[in-house]
Design a protein around this ligand. Sequence first.
Ligand code: ZN
Length: 164
Amino acid sequence: MIVDYPDPILLRECEEIDPLSKICRKIVESLRVDMHAYRRKGIGLSAPQIGLSFRIFVMDNKFLGVKGSSAFINPKITWVSQETEWEDEGCLSFPAAFIVSVARPVSIEISAFDTRGRRFEEKMSGLAARCFQHEQDHLNGINLWNYASDKRKALFAKDLEKTV
Ligand SMILES: [Zn+2]
């Protein structure tokens, strides 16, 4: 089950987790399944979006041109490029029509732990960097809502009225 905005779990900062713990392994498994099984397929999914306030997310490996997904545990962004770019983003915790244009650094360097408890570093750019930053935001209680214009927010409120 994916948690919809504005559930309080999406608004708070998540806690770090022991990458070798059983709960961590379970969360990663759930994220991998839910990311692909959901009615709308995502390219990333974070633990708070399935109701668990821990610093974990997964990203689809299509960025690397291979099948499957990668897990990022206790991830950190260690460097961002000066260059930024605007791009439309959606989120599984919002209605499909809630698309927001967000300016983000084009390239980033990150560090995280994998499911074997090993720390790794990566450089990302383009869609992968954007996805990572979007998921990292979730771990800090930041959502697309924070980036939306007043006009976008008003439209969202109208959409909600319609569905109630
Ligand atoms: Zn999201």
